[in-house]
Design a protein. Structure first.
Ligand code: 6PG
Length: 241
């Protein structure tokens, strides 16, 4: 499988490009439509891009925001993906509360999965969940969302949400994630990854795409209905080559 990889000289250029690609795709999705959907990812890499996206000239009252995954912590916890998005994007952009569909990290993971499944059903109705723009990151083990190598959550294809558990040593292990079923219907998936530390993982990812390995890393199993664009920095590209 050929992949579209865009390499940017440094993380600031990467953040600008990621924000601009997101804004452009949202404007296209809103053309002739009453609303558009944006699914945010977590971790730390996206935060500079989210701060820039908050300044984009977008009709945020018509854009609904969801998450790919969440750590099972309260929404004001420093490790909460919602908390990161709130300070970088939701508050600065003035996104209406009614457009923010966050995962509830205060519930037991199984309950949180059921709760978010109903949130998605309530929004998408009888239609399958399908995000206009899906943001993804990549862990140093090539995990995506909170779908980790070797985890049973990788095999969830009946439900849109799945509880999972981050590897030992991770600060917050209980997680809630969208399943591949919910990720793979995206109209556009933008992956943001940076830093030489992920070089080995990205090299494995490229190899898996090229050789169609039978057991690819989790992020390679994201095969969206629409386009998939990798946006990385030069440090990661060099570390993977
Ligand atoms: C999370 C994310 C996760 C993230 C990667 C990369 O909750 O951690 O959704 O999938 O994208 O772990 O995280 P960094 O950007 O912090 O390296």
């Amino acid at each position: 499988m050929d992949i579209d990889v865009q390499v940017y000289p440094h993380t600031l250029a990467l953040a600008h490009a990621f924000a601009e690609a997101t804004a452009t795709a949202l404007r296209e999705a809103l053309d002739g439509e009453p609303r558009a959907t944006l699914c945010l990812t977590g971790g730390s890499t996206p935060e500079p891009a989210y701060k820039l996206l908050a300044d984009a000239d977008l009709p945020w009252d018509r854009i609904h925001v969801f998450w790919t995954d969440e750590r099972m912590v309260p929404p004001d916890h420093e490790q909460s993906n919602y908390a990161m998005a709130k300070r970088a994007l939701l508050d600065p952009a003035g996104i209406p509360e009614s457009n923010i569909h966050r995962m509830d990290g205060t519930l037991h993971p199984k309950e949180a999965a059921e709760d978010y499944e109903s949130v998605l059903h309530q929004f998408f109705g009888e239609d399958p969940v399908a995000f206009d723009v899906l943001h993804l990151g990549m862990g140093s083990d090539a995990h995506v969302a909170s779908l980790f190598p070797g985890g049973p959550e990788l095999e969830e294809y009946d439900r849109w949400t799945v509880p999972s558990r981050a590897p030992a040593g991770t600060e917050i292990r209980p997680r809630l994630s969208l399943s591949f079923l919910a990720l793979n219907t995206a109209r556009l998936a933008l992956v943001i990854a940076a830093g030489e530390k992920k070089g080995e993982a990205f090299a494995e990812v490229v190899e898996a795409y090229e050789s169609e390995t039978i057991a690819p890393p989790p992020i390679v199993r994201v095969r969206p209905a629409g386009d998939l664009v990798w946006m990385i920095d030069r440090a990661l590209a060099d570390a993977a080559s």
